[in-house]
Design a protein around this ligand. Structure first.
Ligand code: HEC
Length: 102
C-alpha cells in the first residue's frame, strides 16, 4: 500500500539535479578556460579564483542578478555571457553545488 503509492519526491532536489548537470556543461564550456574548480588545482590564471570558492565571497543571488544582466562580475577581460534565465539558474545551481566551506 505504502510502497504502491509512493512517488518520487517533488522536493527541489529533483529539479535541481538536471539544472546542476546543465550548469556544469555551461561552466565547462564557458568558464574553465580561466577558472579552475578546486582550490587544490593549479590555477590557469592566477587572478581567476577557483569556482568552488567564489560564492563564499560573492552572494549567489547578486551573482545570479549579475549573470542575468549579462554578467558583470568584475572580469577585466571577460566575454559577455548570456545564458538566459534558465541557463543562469543552471550555472548558479552548479556553482552552489560545488562550493566548499562557507
Ligand atoms: C577570460 C577569462 C575568464 C572567463 C572565461 C571567466 N572568468 Fe570569472 N573571473 C576571471 C578573472 C580574471 C576573475 C577575477 C577578476 C577580478 O577579481 O577582478 C574572475 C572572477 C570571477 C568571479 C568572482 C567575482 C568577484 O568579484 O569576486 C566569479 C563569480 C566568476 N569569475 C565566475 C565566472 C563564471 C561563472 C564564468 C563562466 C560563465 C567565468 N567566471 C568565466 C576570468 C574569467
Amino acid at each position: 500500500m505504502l510502497a504502491a503509492c509512493s512517488q518520487p519526491t517533488t522536493a527541489p532536489d529533483t529539479q535541481t539535479e538536471p539544472m546542476i548537470a546543465e550548469g556544469k556543461v555551461l561552466v565547462a564550456e564557458n568558464c574553465l578556460s580561466c577558472h579552475v574548480l578546486s582550490p587544490d588545482s593549479a590555477p590557469i590564471r592566477a587572478d581567476a579564483p577557483p569556482l568552488s570558492q567564489v560564492l563564499g565571497n560573492y552572494n549567489s543571488e547578486s551573482l545570479a542578478d549579475d549573470f542575468r544582466e549579462g554578467i558583470h562580475v568584475g572580469h577585466p577581460d571577460m566575454p559577455d555571457f548570456d545564458f538566459g534565465p534558465r541557463g543562469t539558474d543552471a550555472v548558479i545551481a552548479y556553482l552552489k553545488s560545488i562550493q566548499v566551506g562557507d
